[in-house]
Design a protein around this ligand. Structure first.
Ligand code: GRF
Length: 199
């Protein structure tokens, strides 16, 4: 399955996906990595293992749609069959989503639908929940609102800071994202409306 990844930052989830491919656990081929930011960890990690990268810096375009059109062309050029968002910090517009004919997946550091959007771990701490976690979901036109593939809970401890909670969740993310992608690549993800059944 020819896969592209979009990532804006440090790229630890991208790294976990790359490692899962290299170990043979993940039956996909990461053919391209894109970022909306220059000089990110995600780009560096990809280049280190020889994956071609592209930067789609928003300032280089007259408006968001032009940037997304460029991403669409890049996807077509690379004959992509699966798009993974791994810390991609921009919401993809409805036009983009409606033009992509294959699955787009994302990982979010909370138990959705709780705490969508930015700073999910801070939101969880401020709300005072005792359990948070992470969610791998299909991307639809909303914000972190698509059908849920896998979720895993992580405890929130009394002494937690945003950083310590983020770190505890991240360790699960690195396992859960490859697992969810693997299920999808093996044809074991069946969707019926909002509900996803793992076969
Ligand atoms: C992760 O917490 C992920 O859940 C969220 O953004 C963060 C990206 O971290 N969508 P990294 O760039 O993968 O290290």
């Amino acid at each position: 399955m020819r896969t592209a990844i979009l990532a804006s930052g440090r790229g630890s989830n991208l790294q976990a996906l790359i490692e899962a491919c290299h170990s043979g656990y993940l039956p996909i081929e990461i053919v391209a990595v894109g970022s909306d930011q220059l000089g990110t960890g995600a780009l560096q990690r990809s280049e280190e293992v020889g994956i071609p990268t592209r930067v789609f810096q928003i300032n280089n375009y007259p408006h968001r749609q032009a940037q997304e059109e460029d991403i669409l062309i890049w996807i077509q050029e690379n004959r992509v069959e699966l798009l993974l968002l791994a810390g991609y910090m921009r919401v993809l517009g409805p036009q983009f989503i409606s033009q992509v004919q294959f699955p787009i997946m994302n990982i979010h550091p909370s138990l959705l639908p709780a705490f969508p959007g930015l700073h999910a771990q801070r939101q969880a701490l401020e709300y005072g929940v005792k359990v948070s976690g992470c969610t791998v979901h299909l991307v639809d036109q909303g914000l972190d609102s698509g059908p849920i593939i896998l979720q895993e809970a992580v405890p929130v401890l009394p002494q937690d800071t945003e950083e310590s909670l983020a770190q505890r969740i991240l360790e699960v993310e690195h396992r859960l994202y490859p697992e969810a992608v693997r299920l999808l690549a093996l044809g074991k993800v069946e969707r019926s409306g909002r509900r996803v059944k793992i076969l």
